[in-house]
Ligand binder design. Sequence first.
Ligand code: NAP
Length: 377
Amino acid sequence: VSALASPLAQLLRAAPKPHTRRAATQVARLVLLGTGTVGSAFVARYQRLRDAQRALPSLHSVANARGQVACAGDASAALQAAVSMPRRPAAGGPDLSALAAGDVVVDATASDAIAARHPHWLARGLHVVTANKRGNGGELARAQAIARLHGRAALYGDSATVGAGLPLLQAVRALVAGGDRIHAVEGLLSGSMGWLFDRYDGMRLFSGFVREARAAGYTEPDPRLDLGGEDVMRKLLILARAAGIPLEARDVAIESLLPASLAHAATDAVDAQLGALDAPLRERYQQAWRDGARLRFVGSFERDASGACRAKVGLRALPATHPLCGGSGTDNRVAIRSCRYLDQPLVIQGPGAGAEVTAAALLDDVLRIADWMPGEA
Ligand SMILES: NC(=O)c1ccc[n+]([C@@H]2O[C@H](COP(=O)([O-])OP(=O)(O)OC[C@H]3O[C@@H](n4cnc5c(N)ncnc54)[C@H](OP(=O)(O)O)[C@@H]3O)[C@@H](O)[C@H]2O)c1
């Protein structure tokens, strides 16, 4: 019987071709997906760190929804070339076939199609670093696949997905690793919504503040994702799953701020429809003001002794002395209750939106990965 006819050989032939392995001397490479607000800030910081001689993977290419540009050494030039590409009706997805195990994919898009590839890339041994919440904040099966693959052949860096790098996820994971049970998380999880309700005075138009927040890069590319609660809902999913709770989007009760005309508007009609927010929010503000309360957009989950979890997102009128009314600007402010922090929660506060802090969180993850050896999750 020849060796090739053996069951093992047949199995080997049927198995998918192993992906290209990096030569021991080859430096890891990085592909950036997304050249918008966050992607551009990422390149600026990447360039600064490289100039300061930090050991970072070399930039292989930069891609957006219009195409992909190879980098010949100058990261800013590659970014510029990608940003200037014309709109094309049906550009294919990024081509990552040249990458090998140990290379890094940075996802600075909000694309579900891209997030759906995260598990596949991890399985190929490519590290994934993401600001896109649709990976482990997407459908539960996707998040579970990512969690299973993280630390096997590659790492999943998600620091930028919640709190734009604030040590929120880190704290939850450290508590769980230390044997604590997370009982509840409650807080201002959206820097843009925090900024809006910190600024809104009930006199000037709410829609004007939304436009200002969008121009400053605080809101999601489509501000309805913030105003409708989806952004906070995804962050809650990520935090809950990090706490070991298999929460699905349908388990979160969301009170959207979007009137129907805005919720159903075509993307290019959103700006024209923002005014529909003004009257209802003015009324909510005035009621809160009469009650001596402040409006805050809060996300929370709590689980009881049986393990049942209640999660919700929405606008709340809180007494001015409430802990969640502290903080200002784009601050996130989150209270975590666990076995050891039961009566007095652990409170983490700090800037939780903006391209600079988000790009810094992405690069922190890239630097952590550069120091990692497989097997040390
Ligand atoms: N802004 C913040 O403060 C902040 C904070 C934390 C997390 N984030 C997250 O960071 C991500 C990016 O936000 P942003 O504000 O930078 O958005 P943005 O300015 O709209 O940029 C999104 C980029 O993704 C690209 N893109 C979309 N689909 C793609 C695809 N299939 N393949 C490759 N590229 C694709 C777009 O390409 P085109 O240029 O061709 O359209 C664009 O360059 C989002 O997931 C957001 O939730 C943002």
